[in-house]
Design a protein around this ligand. Structure first.
Ligand SMILES: *Cc1c(COP(=O)(O)O)cnc(C)c1O
Length: 392
C-alpha cells in the first residue's frame, strides 16, 4: 500500500463548517428535552439575532429561500409584477419571484465589486417593477444609499438578500437593520451554519406578523403554543401558508454560532489579509475590491485572473488547484446563462456584458475559520506557483 504519498499531501476542502463540541452539546440538550420542533430555543435565537443586527423583529425560518419567498409574500407581490435581481447570484434570489408568476428582471453587476449595478437596475425599471433584491456578494454590502434612492424614486420595495453578509455593515449600520426586510441564510456553508436555516429581519410590525403567520401554515400567531402546557387545542387558519419554521435543534446550534460569529469573521479576515498580501503582488491575479465605507462579512474570497497575462483559463486554474487537492467554487454562474432563465425570459449574454465577462475569470478560494496554518500556506503556495508557471 502506497500510504506515504497521501500522508504528505495536504488537502484543503472548499469549506468546513466551524462547528464542534459546543454545538453538539446544545443540540443534544434539545433532543434530551423531548421538544424537537420550534419552541423556546427558536424564540431565544430570534431574540438574540434581532439584538445582534439591531432589528426590531427576527423571524426564524428553515432557509434563506423561504425567507425571500415570505418577504415577497409580505409585500404583496402579484402575478405579472417585476422584481430587479442581480444576475450574479444563486438561483434562490430569482426563483422566489417566479413562484408568484412574476418576472425576475436580471440586472448586470458592477465590475469592481460584482454587486448589483444600480445604474443598470434603473435602466430596467418599467411600470410593473415592484421591488429590488440587492445581494451582498461575498459579504460586501451593495451601494445601499443608491439602492434606497432608486427605490424611493420609483416606489420600489427593498428586500436584501443577506445570505453572505453576517456580520457586515454599511456606513456604520449593521446589515439586517438597513432596509424594510433582510433575509439571512444558515445553510451549511454560510457564516452562521445550522445545516439548513434562515432568518427574516424587519422593523415593521405588520411585515413581522405576516411572516410569522405564513411561515407556519397561515395559522394565527403563536399557534405553536397549542403544543405547550399553556396552549389549547384551538387555532385559526388565516391564509394558505407554508411549512417554513425552524426547529429547536437547529436554533440551539444557531445560538452557539451567533456567539462565535464575530470571532469567526476575524479569523476569515486574517486569512483574506494573507491572501491579499500574497496575490496582490502578482500581475496575473486580481484580488477582491473592498470599499472602505462598509465592512464585508468576508464570506467568500473571490479571486480573478488577468486573462491577458496568463496562458491558462479559469477552468484550467481550478483543475490545477484540484490536482493539489484544493477545493474551489465559482460564485456564481450568472443566472442569465442558465437554461431556465435564458429560455423562459429570453435573456441574452450581450445584455449583461460585465457579468458575462467577469464570470470567465473568477473563482472562490477556501476561506473558513478553522483553516490550519498548513492549509493556508498550501493555498498561497499553490495559487502563486500556478500563476507564476503560467505567466505569459
Ligand atoms: C445560499 C444562498 C441563498 C439561499 O440560502 P438557503 O438558506 O440555502 O435557502 C440565497 N441567496 C444567496 C446569494 C445564497 O448564496
Amino acid at each position: 500500500m502506497k500510504t506515504d504519498l497521501s500522508t504528505h499531501t495536504i488537502s484543503v476542502p472548499f469549506h468546513k463548517a466551524a462547528v464542534g463540541e459546543e454545538e453538539a452539546q446544545a443540540a443534544a440538550e434539545v433532543i434530551r428535552s423531548g421538544w424537537l420542533t420550534m419552541g423556546p430555543q427558536t424564540l431565544e435565537f430570534e431574540r438574540q439575532f434581532a439584538e445582534y443586527v439591531g432589528a426590531k423583529y427576527a423571524l426564524a425560518v428553515n432557509s434563506c429561500t423561504a425567507a425571500l419567498h415570505l418577504a415577497l409574500e409580505a409585500v404583496g407581490l402579484k402575478e405579472g409584477d417585476e422584481v430587479l435581481v442581480p444576475t450574479v447570484t444563486f438561483t434562490s434570489t430569482a426563483e422566489v419571484v417566479a413562484y408568484f408568476h412574476a418576472k425576475p428582471v436580471l440586472v448586470d453587476v458592477d465590475a469592481a465589486t460584482l454587486n448589483i449595478s444600480v445604474e443598470d437596475a434603473e435602466r430596467r425599471i418599467t411600470s410593473r417593477t415592484r421591488a429590488i433584491i440587492p445581494v451582498h456578494l461575498a459579504g460586501q454590502p451593495c451601494d445601499m444609499d443608491e439602492v434606497h434612492a432608486l427605490a424611493a424614486k420609483h416606489g420600489l420595495r427593498v428586500i436584501e438578500d443577506a445570505a453572505h453578509s453576517l456580520p457586515a455593515s454599511y456606513h456604520g449600520k449593521t446589515i439586517g437593520a438597513l432596509s424594510e426586510i433582510t433575509c439571512f441564510s444558515f445553510y451549511a456553508t454560510k457564516t452562521l451554519a445550522t445545516g439548513e436555516g434562515g432568518m427574516v429581519t424587519t422593523d415593521d410590525a405588520g411585515i413581522a406578523d405576516r411572516v410569522r403567520i405564513m411561515r407556519l401554515h397561515g395559522i394565527g400567531r403563536d399557534a405553536w403554543k397549542r403544543y405547550t402546557s399553556e396552549g389549547s387545542w384551538y387555532y385559526e387558519v388565516l391564509a394558505p401558508g407554508y411549512k417554513y419554521n425552524l426547529t429547536d435543534v437547529q436554533s440551539a446550534i444557531g445560538l452557539v454560532q451567533l456567539r462565535k460569529c464575530a470571532e469567526m469573521r476575524s479569523k476569515r479576515a486574517e486569512i483574506a489579509r494573507r491572501y491579499n498580501e500574497a496575490f496582490g503582488k502578482l500581475p496575473t491575479l486580481e484580488i477582491p475590491t473592498l470599499k472602505n465605507d462598509r465592512e464585508s462579512a468576508l464570506h467568500l474570497y473571490i479571486l480573478r485572473l488577468n486573462r491577458d497575462k496568463l496562458r491558462i483559463n479559469r477552468n484550467e486554474f481550478v483543475a490545477a488547484l484540484k490536482q493539489r487537492e484544493i477545493g474551489t467554487s465559482v460564485h456564481f454562474i450568472p443566472l442569465h446563462m442558465h437554461p431556465y432563465y435564458r429560455d423562459t425570459y429570453g435573456y441574452d449574454s450581450a445584455d449583461f456584458p460585465v457579468a458575462t465577462r467577469e464570470y470567465e475569470r473568477y473563482m472562490s478560494l477556501p476561506l473558513f475559520p478553522d483553516m490550519s496554518e498548513e492549509q493556508i500556506h498550501h493555498v498561497i503556495e499553490s495559487v502563486t506557483s500556478i500563476a507564476e508557471q503560467n505567466r505569459i
